[in-house]
Ligand binder design. Structure first.
Ligand code: WTA
Length: 635
């Protein structure tokens, strides 16, 4: 089953402007790819040498515990040292690290110097609250500079951050806090979105009621509405940051290359989200190399990755990657359409953004409002564009290219996952592009499209996308569940030792990769990754629901939307009010993004003889398509 049915049939080439090619940071693709594949260890070692290490590594790649690979074994580093400390020793201390605009229009800037001072102060606060190396700290905040400060301060202390996207609700937070055994939580009173306040602190209070393991809550004041502050548990960030303990001097903790940096929960095929674990060393090398070569960041650039820091895109390419490269990043708090659908284009003009990286769903959403909105603004500062999160349909690609990029900005369609840490299949600025294809693997990345038996499929044929060699940015495990790590990613092709991505793809005759979509029970809704099982277990946790099935249905703007079907317990009867109540329940259990667009009460669900719900059949029915092979169908 695939969750995207677009057909890359028409072949069109877009060649980059000579100027883009001539000035790019990236080396020649073919030569570098060949060289890297000849000796991946030397290739990555050379890349690692562009960073600072407290102590060099003894071994680049240790395969002995495969699939628990280790990178830069014996090396000592700290990602925050490379992101901040080393820059403030150079002229770069005067450079802007971050430019911020809030949804209400408030503005802030942080030089590398100021950002480092704030991070040091907060690192001292955390340490004074007993946070030590290896402790897990949960961060649940809006898109404001303090989320970066909090993440970087954790890194400096050597604590492991677990950022939960601000769109998730209380049960999702409680589950993640519990899984990570996190005693400290950092949040805000609220976040601005579409002119309204998202009451983050209120949600945190409800989550802690379910998961009392949290002992300390630090609250950033952002939206100013009254919030409940529990004596002895809740502290205002601004109070803590003025205490004498919050000194701007902090000695960054020396970490092992393989020490954990963060856990990021993502959806998989069961109801329980997986804590994807990334480390200090290999991850630093991987994200800085990919960002430098793909988006070609230079000192003159103003880089805007419009994702949320709460997703892997934000971790790698809002927070850590740009700072390691010493770049200037831009962050905007709110909705692209607030107060009008020109907000993003106005921001590009106001701040002279040169590189914009966003998701197809955002492009399609803004496309709906027509060209007049972007055309009102001078977008000539842009030189490169990017896309991530789901396949970009050629129509949206071309609109982005023509209307936003004025036909001079190559589009970097980057395929990757929370698990991969950074871009895996992606063009470089000099790559000839085909709209809808993420093109070819990054140098050092060995991918293939194979059938169930593990044989490469011929060009034009769908298969499973696999990765055949380890890479430094790879996840190291599923937090607290190493068996799940092995089962989920390495068991399908255990004999060959390949990583299975969960995506279907095809290669064309030029070796360009076309991602078809997920081939497991993961749905991408507006680029957000959700598991059908997560939504189903959310529904079943309501007393009225006996059984539930959720499926993804293609949608023009959001990529996919969720349809859900519920069987009620015998003492409940169907009504509009109950349907609304169930939707509300999901909003609280998981978050607004998981609320089904359609929720139907049904007397039965199609199941196999073994009792497994046949989502393929449900989905086909919902879309009015033939149901395919239903010979195993029982009900
Ligand atoms: C999908 C997001 C097509 C894919 C960084 C992958 C894409 C999943 C692309 C990971 C792309 C991501 N083209 N599909 N350029 N980028 N995907 O973990 O299905 O939120 O497996 O990471 O998004 O989603 P995740």
């Amino acid at each position: 089953m695939t969750d995207n049915n677009f057909n890359p049939s028409v072949e069109e080439w877009y060649y980059p402007d000579e100027n883009v090619r001539a000035t790019s940071n990236a080396p020649d693709y073919d030569a570098t790819y060949t060289k890297a594949m000849g000796d991946i260890e030397s290739f990555w070692a050379e890349r690692a040498r562009s960073l600072e290490w407290f102590e060099p590594w003894d071994k680049v790649l240790d395969r002995s515990g495969a699939p628990f690979f280790k990178w830069f074994v014996g090396g000592k580093t700290n990602i925050a040292y490379n992101a901040l400390d080393r820059h403030v020793k150079t002229w770069r201390k005067n450079k802007l690290a971050l430019i911020f605009e809030g949804e209400p229009g408030d503005k802030q800037t942080y030089s590398y110097w100021r950002l480092n001072q704030e991070v040091n102060k907060f690192a001292n606060v955390l340490r004074s609250m007993g946070v030590k190396k290896g402790d897990r700290v949960t961060i649940y905040m809006g898109r404001i500079p303090e989320i970066m400060i909090a993440m970087l301060a954790c890194a400096k202390v050597g604590a492991v951050h677990s950022v939960i996207y601000g769109g998730f609700s209380e049960q999702a937070i409680a589950d993640r806090v519990e899984d990570a055994q996190s005693r400290v939580l950092i949040t805000c009173d609220g976040a601005w979105l579409r002119g309204n306040i998202v009451p983050l602190k209120e949600t945190v209070d409800k989550a802690i009621a379910k998961s009392p393991i949290v002992e300390t809550v630090i609250v950033v004041k952002r939206t100013n509405q009254p919030v409940n502050m529990e004596q002895g548990r809740d502290y205002w960030y601004h109070d803590l940051m003025t205490l004498p303990i919050a000194s701007p001097r902090f000695e960054t903790q020396v970490m092992d290359a393989e020490d954990p940096l963060f856990i990021l929960y993502t959806s998989g095929t069961t109801g329980k989200p997986k804590g994807i674990l990334h480390t200090h060393g290999g991850y630093s090398v991987y994200i800085s190399t990919t960002l430098s070569w793909v988006f070609d960041l230079k000192d003159e650039d103003r880089w805007w990755c419009a994702a949320d820091p709460g997703w892997i895109t934000g971790h790698s390419y809002i927070v850590y990657g740009p700072l390691i490269l010493g770049a200037t990043g831009f962050m905007y708090e709110g909705a692209p359409t607030f107060p009008y659908p020109n907000r993003w284009w106005k921001l590009v003009e106001d701040y002279g953004i040169t590189v914009l990286y966003t998701a197809p769903t955002a492009i399609r959403g803004l496309m709906r409002f027509g060209e007049a909105w972007p055309n009102r603004h001078d977008l000539s500062s842009l030189r490169l564009l990017g896309s991530v999160g789901e396949p970009i349909n050629p129509e949206a690609w071309k609109w982005y290219h023509r209307v936003i990029g004025k036909e001079k900005c190559p589009i970097m369609d980057t395929w990757w996952q929370t698990e991969t840490g950074g871009f895996m299949i992606t063009p470089l600025p000099s790559t000839a592009l085909k709209p809808g294809s993420a093109t070819r693997p990054f140098p050092g990345i060995d991918i293939d499209v194979v059938n169930e038996a593990g044989e490469s499929v011929p060009p034009g044929t769908d298969g499973n996308l696999v990765i055949k060699q380890p890479w430094p940015g790879m996840l190291r495990t599923v937090y607290g569940d190493p068996d799940r790590y092995v089962r989920q990613y390495w068991n399908t092709y255990a004999k060959q030792g390949w990583y299975v991505t969960g995506d279907s793809a095809r290669k064309d005759k030029d070796g360009y990769v076309w991602i078809i979509g997920r081939n497991d029970d993961v749905i991408k809704v507006s680029g957000y990754r959700l598991g059908t099982a997560e939504i189903e277990s959310g529904l079943v946790s309501h007393p009225a629901v006996a059984e539930a099935a959720a499926v993804g249905i293609p949608d023009e703007v959001r990529g996919n939307i969720i349809y859900a079907y519920c069987i009620l317990r015998s003492d409940y009867s169907a009504s509009e009010a109950l349907i609304e109540e169930l939707k509300e329940h999901i909003r609280h259990q998981i978050g607004p993004i998981a609320v089904p667009s359609k929720l139907e009460i049904v007397p039965s669900l199609p199941k196999t003889r073994s009792g497994k719900i046949m989502r393929r059949v449900i989905r086909a029915r919902a879309m009015g398509m033939p149901e395919g092979d239903i010979s195993t169908l029982e009900e």
